[in-house]
Design a protein. Structure first.
Lengths: 114, 110
């Protein structure tokens, strides 16, 4: 069966520090991968999505970046965090060949920038 | 991208049936309609998905009219544990960016 892992689960970082959140998917090949952010009391904002290795599309201009170095690995990064980067970050995957829009989410990473 | 509109919040009591409607006026021909449930500090969880007419599974039913410009998630006999945010999502994983709307906060009271 397919599983998705995100880490770290919780992170507290000072303003201006770098960030790296990692997501891996097991049990499937060539998934579409997504990074979402959820600020406190808000909905889900799509940040990045990837349809293959090295292919990243950004939905919102910001100081965050994403990379997909391997088929089932998706990394969210920042060189210098801002206070506004605080939030709940969710990685998700979907099967490209099903064309149905069903997403499978990880458990999330809560980032607090101080 | 098909944009969705849902009520911000709904209140119900245990044992009642709850219907949450989502509007998606510019849905594309190939788009599916998917509903998710999210508890605090957890990732959203798939509830049900449909393309047209009615779909039913062990937890919910999804009603989609012929024009597909709206859909209604029906939760039979809700319990306190159904208190959560419910999202309607319209799109195709392979081609769209699957953008979520603001969701509906359902509060179930005793």
């Amino acid at each position: 069966s397919q599983t998705i892992h995100q880490w770290p689960a919780t992170l507290v970082q000072p303003v201006g520090s770098p960030l790296s959140l990692e997501c891996t998917v097991e049990g499937t090949s060539n998934p579409n991968l997504y990074w979402y952010r959820q600020a406190a009391g808000r909905g889900l904002q799509l940040l990045f999505y990837s349809v293959g290795i090295g292919q990243i599309s950004s939905e919102v201009p910001q100081n965050l970046s994403a990379s997909r170095p391997q088929d089932r690995q998706f990394i969210l990064s920042s060189k210098k965090l801002l206070l506004s980067d605080s939030g709940f970050y969710l990685c998700a995957w979907a099967l490209d060949d099903r064309d149905t829009g069903e997403l499978f989410f990880g458990e999330g990473s809560r980032l607090t920038v101080l | 991208l098909a944009k969705t509109t849902q009520p911000i919040s709904m209140d119900s009591y245990e044992g009642q049936e709850v219907n949450i409607t989502c509007s998606h006026n510019n849905i594309a021909t190939n788009d599916y309609i998917t509903w998710y449930q999210q508890f605090p500090s957890q990732g959203p969880r798939f509830i049900i998905q449909g393309y047209k007419t009615k779909v039913t599974n062990e937890v919910a039913s999804l009603f989609i009219p012929a024009d597909r410009k709206s859909s209604t998630l029906s939760l039979p006999r809700v319990s306190l544990s159904d208190t959560a945010v419910y999202y309607c999502l319209v799109g195709i994983s392979g081609y769209s960016t699957l953008t979520f709307g603001k969701g509906t906060m359902l509060l179930v009271s005793p």
